[in-house]
Design a binder for this molecule. Structure first.
Ligand SMILES: Nc1nc2c(ncn2[C@@H]2O[C@H](COP(=O)(O)OP(=O)(O)OP(=O)(O)O)[C@@H](O)[C@H]2O)c(=O)[nH]1
Ligand SMILES: [Mg+2]
Length: 378
């Protein structure tokens, strides 16, 4: 009887849980986007509910081309609890009030194994985030155990963002703070009494940042992976429900002055990233992610890129040359892939983009769960 009641609750009333993977070239603005998500006010009636498009309602064009979970062991229809999280500790470098913890974003198949003393974490605090977490990636789909995965996991990386020295900057902290205050005026969809972490405090990610954000009624575990670790991204593909590919809008023929060359040894400057490199990365991700996983390409516009080496004659011309939709979207129509533009700094476009992605991901997840259950009974 209890299982029946809990099953009904899980199916119809419990909030959805999603694993959201954020990837993109180093310096593209993934962590900045994560920070923006935490302070963004989403539309109340955009809640992704169980009724938000049942699998039966999915048009033929939404049906997956490759069923990711069809051959794998079916997942439970819902994650009743969130991933196990070791005890939290404050990062020594933390200069704000956010909690910084070490965390393990274990794949959903291990969710059952977590202990009951994690219950106090079940309610996701939207402002709670695990920054700079060095975490073991999910196990390989080829049967590697977690232990063996750890041998080559991100834990092996000895550097932590928090242990680094701040980069040499041309502006003083006072100037940065003043700029941040000025930016307050142009914020979009900001939660009341909330303020985004200042951009100059965001360090390059070594490993992964785990953010827990509630968006459109879904509890999302946001995995923000370091761009320099793209060889390890594939470990997360199997267990994600949606992907955000952060595309920094650049003009290869006219790079901004404040970018550095790849050969520069310093990790702290924003690396030079070209459209060609990003396209190559995007192709790798797209080839590896199952077709039934929604992919949001987030075209990230950095205002300072207007300071290019050559004076621009026509901004519209330059913008069009920098980013053409044809370059990033496949030529076939895939309704599970979309491009949105905006800025993490101001929040412009963030709400709209996520209000497409999250309900789509919830619906796709329900479809996969139902298909997996059908395969099990067949
Ligand atoms: N002006 C401006 N700067 C931004 C914006 N987003 C990020 N930045 C800056 O760009 C730099 C890189 O941003 P990150 O969010 O750390 O980039 P990332 O993709 O997480 O990079 P990795 O962690 O190295 O993979 C930071 O110094 C930010 O301050 C933006 O919207 N506008
Ligand atoms: Mg980062």
């Amino acid at each position: 009887m209890f299982s029946l009641v809990s099953g009904v609750y899980e199916s119809y009333f419990a909030p959805s849980q999603l694993n959201l993977l954020v990837v993109g070239a180093s310096g593209a603005g993934k962590t900045a986007l994560l920070e923006r998500l935490k302070v963004t006010q989403f539309t109340k009636n955009k809640k992704a509910s169980a009724d938000d498009g049942t699998p039966d309602d999915v048009p033929q064009s939404f049906l997956p081309l490759r069923m990711r979970h069809a051959s794998a062991a079916p997942k439970p229809p819902k994650q009743s609890k969130k991933h196990p999280t070791p005890k939290k500790k404050k990062s020594p470098s933390s200069n704000n009030n956010k909690k910084r913890t070490w965390a393990c974003p274990a794949p959903s198949k291990y969710a059952k194994e977590e202990s009951s003393d994690d219950d106090d974490d079940d309610d996701i605090n939207e402002s709670e985030t695990t920054l700079d977490a060095m975490v073991p990636p999910p196990p390989e789909p080829n049967g590697l155990t977690q232990e063996s995965s750890r041998e080559i996991s991100l834990e092996d990386v000895s550097l932590r963002d928090s242990e680094r020295q701040p980069p040499p900057t041309t502006s003083s902290p006072e100037q940065d703070d003043k700029e941040d205050e000025e930016d307050e005026d142009m914020q979009h969809d900001l939660k009341s009494k909330m303020r985004m972490l200042p951009l100059h405090k965001i360090r390059p990610t070594i490993g992964m940042n785990l953010g827990k954000v509630e968006m459109c009624g879904a509890k999302c575990h946001v995995w923000d992976l370091g761009g320099k670790m793209h060889d390890l991204w594939s470990r997360y593909y199997q267990d994600c429900d949606a992907v955000v590919f952060v595309w920094k809008i650049v003009d290869d023929a006219n790079p901004p002055m404040d970018q550095k060359n790849e050969d520069d040894d310093s990790d702290d400057d924003v690396p030079l990233v070209t459209a060609a490199q990003q396209l190559s990365l995007l192709e790798q991700v797209r080839d590896s992610i199952a077709d039934d996983i929604p992919v949001l390409i987030w075209g990230h516009w950095f205002p300072q890129q207007q300071q290019t080496q050559q004076p621009k004659k026509d901004p519209a011309f330059q913008y069009n040359r920098a980013f053409a939709t044809d370059a990033v979207l496949p030529h076939y129509h895939n309704p599970l892939m979309s491009v949105y533009f905006g800025s993490a700094k101001s929040g412009a476009g963030v709400r709209t983009a996520m209000e497409w992605l999250i309900p789509t991901a919830v619906r796709q997840k329900k479809f996969r769960d139902k298909s997996a259950a059908q395969n099990e009974t067949a």
